[in-house]
Write a protein that binds this ligand. Sequence first.
Ligand SMILES: Nc1nc2c(ncn2[C@@H]2O[C@H](COP(=O)(O)OP(=O)(O)O)[C@@H](O)[C@H]2O)c(=O)[nH]1
Ligand SMILES: [Mg+2]
Length: 420
Amino acid sequence: MKMWFDPVEALNIFCQSIMVWLLAYWKTILIILIICALAFVKVRNYFASYPQRQGLSNTQNNEPGCRKSSATISRDDISLLLIGKVGVGKSATGNTILRKRVFKARSASTSLPNSIQLGYSEVQGRGIKVVDTSAITDAVMNREGAINLMIDTVNQAMEMNPDGYHAILLVVRFDCRFTKEDIKILNLLKEVCGDDFLRKYCILLMTCGDMYDLEHAETGCGIFEDCSDAQKGYLNVLFKECNKRFVLFDNITKDEVKLSDQHNRLINLVDALSAGGLRYSGKQFQMSKKQRDRLLKESKKLHDVFIEIGLIFRQLNQVQLEDPIKQIRQLEDMIDRIEALRASIINDDIGTGALNSVIRNVENVKTNVTDQLTSAHRAIEMRQSQEKQKQENERLRVEREAIQRALDEEKRKNSISGSP
Ligand SMILES: Nc1nc2c(ncn2[C@@H]2O[C@H](COP(=O)(O)OP(=O)(O)O)[C@@H](O)[C@H]2O)c(=O)[nH]1
Ligand SMILES: [Mg+2]
């Protein structure tokens, strides 16, 4: 018996009609599909670029748990910039401030060079924007490279948050001693960002508060902030440079009370700092441009001069010591070369004084070569006077011998004439 409805046949008919329909309208269908795809890409790009348009990074806004879009940022929201050496705990601090894992904290050796990220979160009812930098500079770079990396990093940070930062968090490790290199880097930072950078805009944030807790069990000094005056060395200098704005952070604690205490201390410092409406933005960075240009010019010239001085020193080592006349000629050539170098630096300086330290370096080299030239002249004089003395001695010897011979002859004659 035949069924009044055969599903297989129905499917067959349906497929056939679809095929017929597709064959008849395939061009129209293709056009519709292309339009849909283009529209989809456009809409997706629009939403993907939304955070950047609002000053939030794409990657961080897509982080799970990012609770608030910038469109709802309240007036009391704050922006913070983290700077410091690689491995001091900037990313870990950023995560502690935002109360979620936004930035990747990792060992110093695996840090990405020159990467910058933005994260946003709402903590205790306040929106907090944090920009994390990888490193303000790299100790293995030459001075010019280090300055350029620093400028590049700060420039990127300013572009990422054009409204500026309520505070710059200068991150250092509480448990580490400052090396000469660290001090140089911090001094360079002041030159790059402006003399008043630390005093007006920075908060010194020390990580590894957990280490302090371990230590204080032995020393008996309880709250870090109460003991800060007892800090010695360069840390104390930094306290003062940052106008005594500092906070100790423990990035590994899970203790809510401790987390809340350190957070509140930081936010109070930020509020006090930004109370006058002061923010570090591209405008402030621009104000120290002249100083930066001078610094770059100086370090570039210094680099070139060091190469030339290196060549001069190599020549100095090859000077013919056994032949003073040749030595003097070579040293005089070198002095001419140093003079020409000095003149070219003075010419580049065009009276600004930017290259004074380079000029001093070259003058020191000239003094060194001139000293050698004086010694070479003295050696020649000594050799000449020794030669003269030798000749005089020889002359006296010959004279003495002649006199002696004459005396002997006279004696001989006398003995002959006096003999019977
Ligand atoms: N014990 C301790 N370790 C920390 C603290 N803050 C950061 N670290 C560690 O220091 C290392 C470097 O941290 P990271 O945030 O990547 O440094 P960054 O290169 O400055 O961003 C990581 O292994 C962190 O776990 C802290 O407060 N206490
Ligand atoms: Mg980092």
